[in-house]
Each structure stands twice: as C-alpha cells, then as structure tokens.
Write a protein that binds this ligand. Structure first.
Ligand code: HAM
Length: 411
C-alpha cells in the first residue's frame, strides 16, 4: 500500500471545511486593506532563492526540493516573497500599477526533518506590499497580521519586532555579533561555529540550549542603527502604540533570510511548543533592486496555515451548509427525485440523496450524519398525489407539501 510522503498531509473533507473558512476570512480581510491576489507558479529557477534568501541560509543549504533538468535547476518554492518580487519585476507591475499590495495562499516546500508543526509541504497565507519605504506601511502590515489573527479567533500570541537597519547597519550588527560570539566560541554547537563566519545572525535563533544561552547573554543595543533607520523604527513603534497593538521589542530577533532590512517581526503562540512561530515577516528594501528591478521599499509577512490551525484549536465558526437530503423510496420516486435535485440545485439549494440503497431508517441516519436540517421523502404514494414529505430534523416535525412548492417551502 502506498503511503503519503513523510512531512506531507492529506487534508480530508472535515478539515478542508476549516481551511476554506480560514481562506475566506483571509480574502475578506486582505480586501479590507486593498490587497489583491497573486498566484505565482510553484516552481522557480533555484538560483532565484540562492540569490534572494542567501547562499548560507538553512533553506538554501539544506532544504530546497531541487529538480535538475539538463543544465537547469528548478526548485519547488520554499517561500513566496522571492517569487512575488520576481513576478513584480518580470510583469512590470511597478510601471502599470505603481505601489502594489499582493496576497497569496498556497503550498510551500522545505526538506526539513518533519515534526509537529514542521512539514515538508506546508501552506502560507501571506502578503507583500511593494513600492514604498513609508514606516506607516510597516504599521499597517503589522496591524493587518494582528487583525487576521483576531478574525481567525486565535488568542495567546505575541508580536515581537526589531529593526535590522539598512545594509550598512546590518553589517555593523553582524560584525559586532561576530566579535561578541567569538569570545564564546567553545560554548556554541558545531553548526553555530560554522555560522560564525557565514551567517552569525542565524546563531541568535539556533534551537540548541547552550547557543540560546550565549545569544541571550549578548547585549545588543540599537546603536548599530543609523539616524534614518532609528527614526523609521521609532515611527513604527509610535504607530503601533497609537493603534494599541500589543508588541514587544526583541533585539535578538534577526530572521534567518538575507533579504531582510529594517523592520522585522515574528508572531509566536504560547501553546505550540518548540515550533511556536505562527507567522513572520519584515522589510526587504533591497530585494527588488537585487533581482534586477528599480529601487522599491517593500514589506510583507506569511502565516503558516498548519500552525494557525494548531493554535486555533477549532475555535473557528463554521456555518453548516444547510444541506437538504432527499430520500427516495422505489424506482418511480428515484426518477422524480432526479428532477427535484436538479431544480433545487438550479435554485442554489445544496442537496444530496442516498445512492447506497439504504432503508428509510438508514437514509435518515445518513441525513443526520451529514448535519442536514431538512429531509425530503418521496415514495410512490407521494408521487401519485403530487406531494412530498418535508421533515425538519431539528424539531422532528414533518408535513406534506406539494411537489411544485418545494423551492418556496425550503427557501
Ligand atoms: P518564514 O519565517 O520562513 O518566512 O515562514 C513563515 C511562517 O511559515 C513561519 O512563521 C511558520 O509559521 C511557517 N513555516 C515555515 N516553515 C514551516 C514548515 N516547515 N512547516 C510548517 N510551517 C512552516 C517566510 O517564508 C517569509 N517569506 C515571510 C515574509 C513574507 N517575509 C516578508 N514577506
């Protein structure tokens, strides 16, 4: 028997309803902020990710699903920001639309060691606003993330923010980290010893206890920020305060991907254990230019849908579809039933019938399992009279109605 690939999931119908609701809430909320949907491909040139996420990042080093074809290397997208910036440049969205606000919902792929909340195929609900360096946009984006979580009925989360500053600031931060960490080299895990040269920022979010202790012991001040970046960060904080959004400033928060500059943020939820980041994002003001476009300030974030669902704990309000269930007894009734179902559907009423040749009792049980509020029963006698029985499954009441009045009665 075949089994699903490790780190992937079948989203079965009962769960798919919750996914649909989450997606619907997302679309409605994004629309309130004037974001429009973009659907880039699932595969890209691998070099796009090497270039934008950075050669030394965990994703590029170890986690890309690569497909080699002759001289070309493709990757299943591990994240959405780089493909969207690629699409923005390639489709000249800067020329046609100026400042753009884009959202996306879909699968991402990372070759990770699977565990709870960490999959090889997982899903992002994310957005990218490209074309403005305005700190008010950072505030709007963080407020949008906060509102989405509220609308998803998720509680117990904290928003951590920090600023990495512009490229020269970031370099200053990296240099000072390298200096501070070199003195504690013997305490770091072997991987972090390697990271010290290539990507010391990654050491700050290493999961190893000893490395975390070292990271927490570092005194990182905002002194690496230039006056412009400090002012930007002050404005972001003032805006969040003004909107009464709860957040904490966390100087240890650096994010693992090379493209980030300026404001970065991460949202953690208290019940999720070691994989507690339900979403993250930040500014990437240099990426458009680095990938061949014009200079364009940009910021975005992505939520991990599987982690949202773990945090959401079935709080989401799923409205039943009010399925009408038709039970036919005998061959002539079955034929008449086809017409009834067709008419109901043409009038926008969701309905189904018993294709499994069940007894009346069995069919009623099926209707109950499907959560149907209304059941229609047609037997040969009813057809002769031009009548049908309508049963309310909640109250148990039933009455005979005329076949031609079904739509009116049900609506
Ligand atoms: P990221 O932090 O790599 O950021 O991923 C965002 C979220 O995706 C994480 O906070 C987590 O909830 C979820 N996630 C990541 N990896 C996995 C996994 N293996 N299994 C389950 N969930 C996972 C980005 O990808 C950036 N592109 C976000 C962004 C958008 N920054 C700016 N714009």
């Amino acid at each position: 028997m075949f089994k699903k690939v490790s780190g992937t999931k079948d989203i079965l119908p009962e769960e798919a309803i919750i996914w649909q609701r989450l997606e619907e809430i997302s679309r409605n909320t994004f629309a309130l902020y004037n974001f429009r949907e973009i659907r880039p491909p699932l595969i890209e040139e691998a070099a796009l990710f090497n270039r934008s996420l950075g050669e030394s990042t965990e994703i590029v080093q170890k986690q890309m699903f690569l497909i080699h074809n002759k001289d070309e290397a493709y990757a299943l997208r591990p994240e959405g920001t780089a493909p969207i910036v690629r699409a923005y440049i390639e489709n000249n969205l800067n020329k046609t639309n100026g400042f753009v606000k884009l959202y996306y919902i879909g699968p991402m792929f990372r070759l990770e060691r699977p565990q709870k909340g960490r999959l090889r195929q997982f899903h992002h609900i994310g957005c990218e606003a490209i074309g403005s360096p305005d700190p008010a946009l950072d505030v709007e984006i963080i407020a949008l993330a906060d509102n989405l979580l509220r609308n998803f009925s998720i509680a117990g989360y904290t928003i951590k923010i920090n600023s990495l500053g512009c490229s020269p600031d970031k370099k200053k931060l990296v240099d000072s980290l390298r200096k501070g960490l070199k003195a504690k080299l013997e305490k770091l895990c072997p991987e972090c010893v390697n990271r010290l040269e290539n990507n010391p920022l990654r050491i700050l979010d290493c999961k190893n206890d000893a490395c975390q202790e070292v990271a927490l012991g570092l005194s990182i001040s905002e002194s690496y920020l230039c006056p412009g970046c400090q002012e930007h960060f002050n404005k972001v904080r003032a805006g969040l305060d003004f909107l009464k959004i709860n957040y904490t400033v966390n100087p240890q928060l650096v994010r693992g991907l090379d493209y980030y500059t300026g404001t970065v943020f991460e949202i953690a939820q208290k019940d999720l254990g070691s994989q507690d980041a339900i979403g993250a994002g930040g500014r990437y003001n240099n990426l458009v230019q680095e990938l061949g476009g014009e200079e364009a300030g940009a910021i975005g974030f992505a939520f991990g849908v599987e982690r949202l669902l773990l945090a959401q704990n079935k709080n989401i309000n799923i409205q039943g579809k009010n399925l009408v269930y038709l039970i036919t007894l005998g061959e002539p009734a079955k034929l008449e039933g086809l017409k009834v179902l067709d008419e109901l559907r043409k009038n926008g009423v969701p309905c189904d019938t018993n294709y499994e040749d069940k007894s009346l009792k069995g069919a009623l049980r099926k209707a109950n399992n499907l959560n149907s509020r209304l059941v229609l029963i047609i037997g040969d006698n009813e057809i002769e009279k031009g009548m049908v029985t309508l049963k309310d499954m909640r109250s148990g009441e039933q009455k005979e109605i005329r076949l031609k009045d079904i739509i009116k009665e049900i609506k």
